[in-house]
Design a protein around this ligand. Structure first.
Ligand code: ZN
Ligand code: ZN
Length: 263
């Protein structure tokens, strides 16, 4: 088969070639690590030899234990090496308090080192935490979220006590309206009146005034349907200019929606 003429194929094959080189290099490095682990045997002093091997055993979990054992003791089985080293304290400092996290196995060390190299798994920026700090961080989160809940509840009381015309001027109303429009645009791909589909003089109106500011009960209507529903007593509050949906805003929201769809 002849190689087709295509720059995309050329790019792909070049990357594959690079991958092969890297894989060959990786194999070379692994072999080198094994050789160098065994070369610990060149450390003349036996205690230093054991010390070096046991350090690599814990802090370089990529090295095969058998190569280290071979270098330090002349036997491939790590049992003798571990016995010769006696009890050692192995740890990695906690990102928050600096106390060593005890490491109980090479696997655990490997996982811990991977966590240290990757992006923090804690939103607070920590990569590894001791148990005490883990609890402290979780407590602080609970406290912050309690405080937030209380502030939100207090704000809801304030909003509920506002005259409707004043509520319409709050950022909460802007958010509630934007959220409803976003929902309509995403679920239905259009921002027509929810009763008749018309796009004439639209607005977002309250069906009830319960839960203002956190679960606004609203509907998107054209002027005609709004008049009809208000006449039937199915809408709440005297609407203001802040209820109206500008055509330009509707177009922008839909444009964003379609940009999302294409992404
Ligand atoms: Zn800690
Ligand atoms: Zn309508």
């Amino acid at each position: 088969m002849e190689r087709p003429n295509s720059p995309q194929l050329d790019t792909l094959l070049a990357t594959v070639e690079e991958l092969r080189l890297q894989e060959a290099r990786l194999a070379e490095l692994k072999a080198l690590v094994a050789t160098q682990a065994q070369a610990l045997s060149q450390i003349a002093n036996k205690a230093s030899r054991i010390e070096a091997a046991i350090y690599a055993y814990w802090y370089a979990p990529e090295v095969h234990a058998s190569d280290l054992a071979l270098g330090a003791t002349g036997r491939a089985h790590p049992g003798r090496l571990l016995k010769a080293a006696g009890p050692v304290s192995v740890g990695v400092p906690c990102d928050r308090c600096g106390e060593d996290l005890p490491i109980r196995s090479r696997n655990e060390m490997k996982e811990t080192q991977e966590r240290l190299r990757s992006s923090p798994r804690w939103a607070e920026g920590y990569r590894v935490l001791c148990l005490g700090c883990e609890e402290a961080v979780l407590d602080a989160r609970r406290l912050a979220s309690d405080r937030q809940d209380k502030a939100r509840a207090a704000r809801c009381q304030v909003l509920a006590a506002l005259p409707y015309a004043d509520y319409l001027r709050t950022p909460e109303w802007r958010d509630a309206m934007a959220q409803h429009l976003w929902f309509r645009a995403h679920e239905f791909q259009n921002l027509g009146c929810e009763a008749c589909g018309s796009e004439e003089e639209r607005g977002v109106y309250h069906k009830s005034l319960d839960d203002l500011g956190h679960a606004d009960d609203v509907v998107l209507l054209c002027a005609t349907c709004r008049g009809a529903l208000a006449g039937a007593g199915k809408l709440a509050g005297e609407p203001g200019p802040q209820n109206r949906l500008k055509d330009a805003d509707a177009e922008r929201i839909l444009a964003e929606r379609f940009a999302d769809l294409q992404a």
